[in-house]
Design a protein around this ligand. Structure first.
Ligand code: WT7
Length: 613
């Protein structure tokens, strides 16, 4: 199958494409004439919510689609029939509020079933959704709502996290202050916390639903109509709104879920990601539901109210497939094995990981303690931009190697090249590239075609460059080495050094800031910030605390520096570029390696090193 998929990708994907329920069939599999903007399955019409719901009614109407558990332990379940009804109703409610095909909707919600309902209802109406992770702050919401020109925001009063209700609606209110572009804020009741209310703009989800008479039918969408925007960090500038369209994305999510997770009819599948990230889009919502799977969804923190919470959920709901991130695995390793032994994990048959390279030690622990040495592990490499899994073992087919994502998925032509774009020998490190278009690939950056070309297609003309380094070994297995640009990977979440620096510099006490990643046992990478204050600081500890809170307010808690070091000056080149490479060594506490001849002022480095000792 794999050979066919790379030798005859159009034949291969044409067959897969035809497995989707079309409203009107497509006429051409791939149009690459406007490269690097691909068009897949052109001429066809379909609807992503119909792929996930309507097509299953006949055969799987009474099958569970979602088994949801709240952090406090409340459980709600939806069959495919019930989820279909809820989505049809909410789509009608949104239309009644004036939402039309093509309008953008921002979604800022806790991990509750209504989040999946909201995503699918937008797809049903043909209104691209832009899900904003529930941990982002008001400013980050505002930036995304404005950039995407969203006219509707869907949120909740609050959601449970670590034993407390986080007030989400309050964050949305702050984000929209003085902003006129949003005509409706739909609020789901979950946290039961008090909320402020803007008459005319704000409406309760349950009240809108009660008023619906007829559920909405799926809007026939063009294969290349936008399904969603999802913001992610790049090495420069503001976050990029990654654009995904309907048919190609769905074909990729559908096929990869089926094969990488070896999905079978009676599986209970749990991906622990948040729908606010691409993993949740492709592997909680679209991929599993397109396959008619039973999906477990959990609202809260992995260790609330006790360190064995995840394993309790696996046992209670009979989870057979479990997909999580290395940072979560490392957290559990630290918490102690006794919390696992208390739970029956014998139903598990397959494990997955995603988000960052997994260290072999964590892989082995996962294999032994969680998988009982019986479950294959799929280490899946992909990105927001790729829409779905690109490199991963197929369980039971490939021999796995701890730390390697192994081989490219169907239709993926991956390679490793040097600075000139020439293939490197197996066993040698280089830049990871993708050589052929694939259905789930991003179609652009919202509102910025130039940046799209510049970011992914200019380093190696004709090749897609994801920003990661890699080695392919003599067996053809890929080992991902991490980012080669100024993008940080904190607990599997991407942040650019520049975003955190801008947040720091916006504080009145900060003159200049440089941010680098430093290795961290649990989060993979942690943020170390070098800050030049405007004037002599009296109380560095107090300022450090203040700056950490400031960054959390500007971006969100996920961007909080773990360490802030105050310094009189930053190491720069003569042209004024901050030499982050040197700062990375300082942050690590390592010897400064590599060339320092372009450094403008050597004493700066000496001082930074002095602080070290
Ligand atoms: C970046 C993409 C894909 C969903 C979650 C993150 C890193 C992701 C792996 C893996 C090594 C990985 C890469 C990639 N990454 N999965 N299995 N092994 N690195 O999506 O936020 O778009 O981040 O995460 O560096 O470029 P994202």
């Amino acid at each position: 199958m794999h050979r066919r998929s790379v030798e005859d990708p159009e034949g291969f994907w044409g067959e897969i494409g035809r497995e989707l329920p079309w409203i009107e069939p497509f006429t051409e599999v791939l149009d690459w004439s406007e490269a690097p903007v691909a068009k897949w399955f052109t001429g066809g019409k379909l609807n992503a919510s119909a792929i996930c719901l309507d097509q299953h009614l006949a055969l799987r109407g009474e099958k569970k689609a979602i088994i949801w558990e709240g952090e406090p332990g409340d459980v709600r379940e939806f069959t495919y029939r019930e989820l279909h009804a809820e989505v049809g109703k909410f789509a009608a409610a949104l239309k009644a509020r004036g939402l039309k095909k093509g309008d953008r909707v921002a979604i800022y919600m806790p991990m509750i079933p209504e989040l999946t309902v909201a995503v699918l209802a937008c797809a049903r109406v043909g209104a691209p959704h832009s899900v904003i992770f529930g941990g982002f702050s008001a400013q980050a919401i505002r930036d995304r709502v404005e950039d995407g020109d969203c006219s509707v925001v869907i949120t909740a009063d609050g959601g449970w996290r670590r034993g407390k209700v986080l007030p989400l609606k309050q964050e949305v209110d702050a984000a929209l202050e003085g902003y006129e572009g949003v005509h409706s804020v739909v609020c789901v009741r979950r946290g039961e916390n008090e909320v402020a209310w803007t008459e005319g703009r704000d409406c309760w989800y349950h009240e809108l639903m009660d008023a619906v008479e007829e559920p909405a039918a799926p809007e026939p969408m063009d294969s290349e109509d936008v399904l969603f925007l999802l913001y992610t960090s790049g090495s420069t500038g503001k976050p990029k709104g990654i654009v995904h369209t309907t048919a190609g994305y769905m074909a990729g999510a559908y096929l990869s879920t089926r094969y990488v997770f070896d999905l079978r009819e009676d599986d209970v599948y749990w991906c622990t990601a948040d729908v606010g990230w691409v993993t949740g889009h492709s592997y909680i919502v679209y991929g599993p539901l397109a396959n008619g799977a039973t999906v477990v969804m959990y609202e809260g923190a992995p260790t609330t109210p006790h360190p064995g919470r995840f394993w309790e959920l696996c046992e209670k709901h009979g989870v057979t497939i479990f997909y999580t991130a290395p940072t979560a695995i490392r957290t559990f390793m630290r918490l102690g094995d006794e919390h696992i032994a208390e739970h029956d994990l014998s139903k598990l048959r397959l494990l997955g990981t995603v988000g960052e390279p997994i260290n072999p030690e964590a892989w082995i622990w996962y294999h032994k303690l969680i998988g009982g040495e019986r479950c294959p592990i799929v280490d899946t490499w992909w990105q927001t931009e790729t829409g779905g899994i690109m490199i991963s073992p197929l369980p039971g087919v490939q021999v796995t190697k701890p730390g390697s994502a192994t081989r490219p998925f169907f239709g993926v032509d991956a390679g490793v090249v040097d600075e000139q774009g020439q293939p490197v020998e197996d066993g040698k490190g280089g830049y990871l590239v993708i050589k052929k278009p694939w259905p789930g690939m991003l179609r652009g950056i919202w509102g910025d075609e130039e940046r799209f070309k510049e970011t992914y297609w200019s380093k190696f003309p004709g090749l897609y460059f994801p920003g990661d380094g890699a080695v392919r070994d003599e067996d053809g297995c890929f080992w991902i080495l991490g980012r080669v640009d100024d993008v940080l990977n904190i607990s599997g979440h991407r942040l650019s050094t520049m975003e955190v620096e801008s947040a720091l510099v916006s504080h009145p006490s900060v003159a200049e800031a440089a941010v680098v990643g430093m290795p961290d046992e649990v989060t993979g990478e942690a943020i170390c910030a070098f800050v030049t204050p405007r004037k002599e600081i009296e109380d560095p500890d107090a300022l450090e605390k203040e700056l950490i809170i400031h960054v959390a307010n500007e971006i969100g808690k996920l961007a909080r520096p773990k360490e802030i070091r105050f310094t009189d000056a930053l190491p720069k080149t003569r042209s004024g570029k901050i030499m982050r490479r040197l700062l990375r060594d300082v942050a690590k506490g390592a010897e400064i390696a590599g060339d320092t001849t372009t450094l403008e002022d050597y004493t700066v480095l000496a001082k930074l090193r002095g602080d070290e000792a």
